[in-house]
Design a protein around this ligand. Structure first.
Ligand code: PRP
Length: 187
């Protein structure tokens, strides 16, 4: 079946602006977790591009100087959320974190916090895995859509109440590979 023609989009956050902010986030995280092990927990699928760039912006320990930098580990979960206007949002766990998370410092890496239901669900799931600490880093925060309060420790950009795509975020599974964040003109 041919793909439906995607609606037009316009740039909201440029590639250079994204990369600049991600370097700042990485520098702050490097300071906050210096000399510690940190598990970056990516939330599939939307966070993959942000995850990859953020991970590279965090200073790694160097073999010649193991007392500097952050020992970064990678883990992933996959969640799916269903939003219907007449019912509360439902979040489903497709793939959970491993037992490796027990007694570790975890940084959840999200592309966007919208209603907050995904993050609330994930935090409750992680509590069952007994981590040492859990913090959250999201590239985008859309507070106008929040339905449940959630604590966020690192925010890339606060954005207006509009449908955004690109840099991991999709519309009907399209646009994820755009290197910038775009606004959909009409959906
Ligand atoms: C998106 C996004 C977040 C979640 C945020 O995931 O990646 O995980 O929605 O929304 P919320 O704050 O309203 O819960 P989605 O379920 O669309 O899956 P995807 O990452 O595979 O695109």
């Amino acid at each position: 079946m041919p793909a439906t023609k995607p609606p037009p989009e316009s740039v909201l956050i440029s590639e250079s602006c994204l990369q600049h902010r991600i370097r700042e986030l990485g520098a702050q995280i490097s300071i906050d977790y210096e000399n510690q092990e940190l598990v970056l927990l990516g939330v599939l699928r939307g966070s993959v591009l942000f995850f990859a760039d953020l991970a590279r912006a965090i200073s790694a320990t160097h073999p010649s100087d193991p007392d500097c930098g952050v020992q970064v580990r990678f883990e992933f979960v996959q969640l799916m959320s269903y939003h219907e206007s007449t019912k509360p949002s439902k979040v489903q766990l497709i793939r959970g974190g491993s037992n490796y998370l027990e007694h570790r410092h975890i940084l959840i890496v999200e592309d966007i916090v919208d209603t907050g239901h995904t993050l609330k669900f994930l935090r409750e799931h992680l509590e069952t895995l007994n981590p040492k600490t859990v913090k959250v880093c999201t590239l985008l925060d859309k507070p106008a859509q929040r339905q449940v309060p959630v604590a966020i420790d690192y925010i890339g950009f606060e954005i207006p109440d509009a449908f955004v795509v690109g840099y991991g975020l999709d519309y009907a599974q399209q646009y994820r590979n755009l290197p910038y964040i775009a606004l959909l003109e009409s959906t």
